[in-house]
Design a protein around this ligand. Structure first.
Ligand code: GDP
Length: 548
């Protein structure tokens, strides 16, 4: 195929929307909410910092000389370098780039795969997958990728550390194609790697961006791009090297499909960018790709209907709650992804489940190092709502309508397993382990009415592995999981307490309690669930936990 086919630039659709649509429509089109997925050490933190730098969210000393606030900028930067704290201090970092509001979601960096990571990814519309050029696809990358695939989250690939010796670009592309079953479209190609790295090439625009090793006199990562057909590139690369590179480019082009934005957005194809986060090479190109190709906020499924991001009324869901974010105030901040409408400070929002209304007077917007009170926000934005425990992970908040977002946080577990202890003497320990892991949001734990074995519920197969290994590592208990005779679970409530009691008595074999003692109905099949639902119209079956 030829170089990328890139007509659908969202920068131009922005203008169309501004003319045609409402403020909400324009704002939605101008948002990109994405996460970075990677294996530890691949360079996620370094890349995050450099994306924020390029996005102007943090400033590097020296770049701001002209503006006279050098000192402040430098201290900001040094502080970040010192504690490398950006990725732990906030779950989201917002910055503007080319008129687009970018919300970069941070996924927990450690190797544990947890519901927390899962939930964070549910709040993202797309992801950047960072791969270490020397290591290829590693375990954690694969796991996180699987999560993205569950929801067809589109992925842009950044192959990092090309300033070091790595696997050949062709092999890396093959590995992504075969291990992830994704079509790969090269967008930026490296000229050499490691000690032989000479630059990167952007075939779409015929731009060769030279790279000089740090310490060399000329060039540097920011030197002027060259055309590959121009005169100066031969001087720069040398005739032989240029010929080899041209051949390689030709091979890459012939061997891979043309970039197709629809295929990418459907999660079938990944555009591939080579670069070095540390050397700031290819970072701008990556950021341009996010702005141009990554999808704006998507529609979100609720129990009763699909919610479009451009709807006028505010709705959102909470995917994370963080305690003690501010050492001075023992507060809890709930992170809400806005799914629709225009949120304004001071707005009253209704909590799904409890039906309580809360006034959101101090909503927080998160930047690289600062948090700020925000005035308004739109679909795709993540806002922090300080509270004292009223808001929980999985809650839906709405302006008016009774909505519950599904497939997202705190959803009914999709996989139920019975927990078997190798050493029955450790039952008490295990109970504690399960309960504390449940509290973290790693898993749901149910105690059946009948029988002694706990049942755990998870959202993905992967979590079972993690659960077993954490119980072994942190509590020194060996467990294994065996199939439970249940396929799905629902929390049950009823206005008439007597009716609920009758229901529970009639279904003792199906009943369990969650960690808070709330009753849960476990169904052997979706058919059984449907049947029971119809038979007991006064009982409410909820895929999310309802609270009083
Ligand atoms: P994370 O664990 O994925 O957040 O990875 P970090 O950003 O902390 O990077 C891990 C290590 O790789 C650090 O020592 C970085 O300096 C280094 N690193 C990151 N990007 C590059 C790169 O492009 N080239 C080289 N040579 N090292 C890099």
């Amino acid at each position: 195929g030829s170089a990328a086919n890139l007509q659908e630039s969202d920068l131009s659709t922005t203008e169309t929307a501004a003319r045609a649509g409402s403020e909400v429509e324009t704002e939605v089109r101008n948002r990109r909410t994405f996460a970075i997925i990677s294996h530890p050490d691949a360079g996620k933190t370094t890349l995050t910092e450099n994306l924020l730098l390029k996005g102007g969210a943090i400033r590097l000393a020296g770049q701001v000389k002209a503006r006279g606030d050098k000192r402040r900028a430098r201290s900001d930067w040094m502080k970040i370098e010192q504690d490398r704290g950006i990725s732990v201090t906030s779950a989201v970092m917002t910055f503007e780039y080319k008129g687009i509001t970018c919300n970069l979601l941070d996924t927990p960096g450690h190797e544990d795969f947890s519901e927390d990571t899962y939930r964070t990814l549910t709040a993202a519309d797309s992801a950047i997958m960072v791969i270490d050029a020397a290591k290829g696809i590693e375990a954690q990358t694969l796991k996180l990728f699987e999560v993205c695939r569950l929801r067809d989250v589109p992925i842009i690939t950044f192959i990092n550390k090309i300033d070091r010796e790595g696997v050949s670009p062709f092999d890396l592309m093959d590995e992504i194609g075969s291990k992830l079953a994704l079509d790969t479209a090269p967008m930026i190609w490296p000229a050499g790697m490691g000690g032989l790295l000479r630059g990167i090439f952007d075939p779409e625009n015929d731009r060769f961006i030279p790279y000089e090793k740090p310490g060399t006199e000329k060039g540097g990562p920011d030197s002027e791009p060259e055309s590959l057909s121009g005169e100066r590139i031969a001087d720069y690369l040398g005739a032989d090297e240029l010929a080899t590179f041209r051949e390689e480019m030709e091979l890459a082009r012939e061997g891979s499909p043309t970039f197709d934005i629809e295929q990418y957005r459907a999660g079938h194809m990944t555009p591939v960018y080579f670069g070095s986060a540390l050397r700031k090479l290819g970072v701008r190109e990556l950021l341009d790709a996010i702005v141009r190709f990554a999808p704006p906020p998507r529609a979100q499924p609720a129990a009763t209907r699909i919610v479009e991001p451009t709807e006028p009324k505010v709705s959102g869901f909470v995917f994370k709650v963080q305690a003690n974010m501010d050492a001075n105030h023992r507060d809890r901040v709930a992170f809400m992804r806005i799914c629709s409408g225009k949120f304004k400070r001071g707005m009253r929002l209704k909590l799904s489940g409890s039906g309580k209304t809360i006034g959101v007077h101090n909503p927080i917007l998160f930047f690289a190092q600062d948090r700020e009170l925000l005035d308004d926000a739109f679909a795709g934005d993540i806002i922090g709502i300080p509270n004292h425990g009223t808001i929980r992970v999985g809650d839906t908040l709405t302006e008016t309508e009774d909505l519950v977002f599904t497939g997202i946080p705190n959803f009914a577990p999709e996989i139920l397993r019975r927990v078997r202890l190798d050493d029955p003497m450790k039952a008490k320990h295990m109970r504690r382990a399960l309960e504390s892991l449940a509290e973290e949001g790693v898993t749901q734990v149910f105690k059946p009415e009948i029988g002694a074995n706990w049942v755990v519920g998870v959202v993905g197969q992967l979590q079972l592995e993690v659960l077993a290994s954490r119980i072994a590592a942190e509590y020194d208990i060996k467990v294994h999981f065996e199939p439970a005779p249940y396929e799905t679970a629902r929390w049950v409530v009823a206005e008439d307490a007597a009716e609920l009691k009758r229901f529970m008595e009639a279904h003792r074999g199906n009943m369990a309690t969650d960690r808070d003692g709330a009753p849960v109905f476990m169904a052997k099949s979706n058919w059984e669930l449907g049947y029971t639902l119809e038979k007991w119209p006064k009982v409410k079956f909820s895929a999310t936990r309802e609270r009083a």
